[in-house]
Design a binder for this molecule. Structure first.
Ligand code: BGC
Length: 492
């Protein structure tokens, strides 16, 4: 065989091997779960004393922004059907259920002056139903649905929010903490800050990129740290739970092996993930963010960086406020260096200053940008291990959208392929202890409304009963949770 033929043959072998499903058992104790969030499933938007939140306001005042003018007013009606949800989870055989608390269902004004008892009872009942069925609750305190009164006085870019969140967090620990071992303060803070206050694609829809998104983040990170310390000082000894934050990122693959592109991909990861993770898992914002935003701010005529800075005391207070690492990952980007970055207007995207794109040949799903890149999760997990000193990691969301058909063979393949790469990352030495399918059921997919379907269970949104029906992917996931194996038979 010629040298060229030999190289080709070996490359082919490597790529085929990578495509094969990992046939090792997931380790004993590895946790499988499924996830939802309050606004996306609960409905009952103004029932039993619940206050208005920013997603209620956004969908009601801007129906044109959501596909089919959908709202979460009824959603999956889980406020009334939580027992059915738990029965589905039991059927799937999951170890845990990741759901979120609606802040305004518990505190209609957002402040602790008025606790809404029916809201508290709802979550107590849900938690009890889960525990009675042997399913561990993993609770997110904030999945984007800020009480509207708190937005009316400025929302996340206003400093008062830090204490408001801290008090809400303390109340959650008091109310539910005896039965909850896993807590997440925030889901995907980048979507809260960049989407809500920077690029405006999420409630409350403010567009002040490169400014309000940075201030929002600054407060949100401090609020997270406050909540972690409150738990640590006031509850950990008696409740013995764990607290973290879910940060989302895409994997950024360098577009070539040139040094410039490798640096560009790392820069994108630092802006996307490190923005939140570095202060918490290492210390302070990533150097590349501090340097780049300071330089650009001065060139734009500001007197100081648009990126707020932490004091030394704050850096120390925030650093280490995690008991595990929680990550949401769906897709990847190819990232290249570029010289074409305008200076003038503040912009988070221009601050990153790279060219990220998804090639046409990558497999599509039903929503743009959710391209299917299972190999990216393995690379991401290895990068997390290296960058953040080998933390214990749980994937708190992963999945794919489709047209909603019951025989969702593509979703089966996507779950299998991503999980296969997770299993391979464990073999690489990454400490991954859990995986969460997004989502338990089709639900209100934000600006996609009910057209974006991620569920293991189909929900009939035309029926008053919101009838739930398992898809083919539910059967596959059930097999995986039962056998800890992705193929027919596995090796230890
Ligand atoms: C969010 C979910 C969302 C999912 C699919 C994540 O960004 O946490 O609320 O439904 O992705 O878009």
């Amino acid at each position: 065989m010629s040298l060229r033929g030999f190289i080709f043959c070996c490359l082919l072998a490597i790529s085929t091997a990578q495509d094969e499903t990992n046939n090792k058992l997931f380790p004993e104790g590895f946790m499988f779960g499924a996830a939802t969030s309050s606004y996306q499933i609960e409905g009952a938007w103004d029932e039993d004393g619940k206050g208005e939140n920013i997603w209620d306001r956004y969908t009601h005042s801007h129906p044109e922004l959501v596909v089919n003018n959908d709202t979460g007013d009824v959603a999956c009606d889980s406020y009334h059907k939580y027992k059915e949800d738990v029965a589905m989870l039991k059927e799937l055989g999951v170890d845990f259920y990741r759901f979120s608390l609606s802040w305004s269902r518990i505190l209609p004004t957002g402040f602790v002056n008025k606790v809404n008892l029916p809201g508290v009872t709802y979550y107590k009942n849900l938690i009890k139903e889960l525990k009675d069925n042997g399913i561990e609750p993993l609770i997110t305190m904030y999945h984007w649905d800020l009480p509207q009164p708190l937005q009316d006085i400025g929302g996340w870019p206003s400093e008062f929010i830090i204490e408001a969140f801290a008090e809400y967090a303390r109340l959650c620990f008091e109310l539910f903490g005896d039965d909850v071992k896993y807590w997440l303060t925030f889901n995907e803070p980048k979507q809260t800050c960049l989407g809500g206050y920077g690029q405006g694609y999420s409630a409350p829809g403010i567009t002040l990129s490169g400014l309000a998104d940075y201030v929002c983040t600054h407060h949100l990170i401090k609020a997270h740290a406050r909540a972690w310390h409150i738990y640590d000082q006031e509850f950990r000894a008696t409740q013995q739970g764990l607290v973290s934050i879910t940060i989302d990122t895409m994997w950024h693959e360098p577009a070539s092996d040139s040094e410039e592109d490798v640096v560009a991909a790392e820069t994108a990861l630092q802006f996307e993930f490190g923005w939140y993770a570095n202060p918490i898992y290492n210390s302070d914002y990533p150097e590349i963010m501090k340097t780049r935003i300071a330089e650009r701010s001065l060139a734009e005529g500001f007197n100081k960086s648009r990126l707020p800075s932490f004091t030394d005391e704050e850096i120390a207070y925030i650093s280490g406020t995690f008991d595990f690492m929680a990550v949401n990952m769906y897709t990847s980007m190819l990232t290249a260096a570029t010289d074409e970055v305008p200076v003038g207007e503040p912009s988070y995207t221009y601050d990153i200053g790279v060219n990220s794109y998804q090639p046409d040949e990558w497999e599509s799903s039903s929503i743009l940008y959710f391209k299917i890149t299972p190999w990216g999760i393995r690379k991401l997990l290895n990068w997390l291990k290296e960058t953040y000193n080998d933390p214990a990691i749980i994937i708190t969301e992963n999945g794919t959208p489709d047209d909603g058909s019951l025989d969702d063979v593509k979703r089966v393949r996507v779950y299998r392929d991503y999980l296969s790469n997770v299993r391979s990352a464990i073999e690489d030495g990454v400490n991954v202890f859990g995986y969460t399918a997004w989502s338990l059921m089709d639900n209100f997919e934000w600006l996609q409304g009910y057209a974006g379907k991620f569920g293991l269970y189909h929900v009939d949104f035309d029926s008053i009963n919101r009838t739930r029906t398992p898809k083919t992917s539910a059967a596959y996931y059930k097999k995986v949770t039962k056998t800890r194996c992705l193929v027919d038979t596995c090796e230890e």
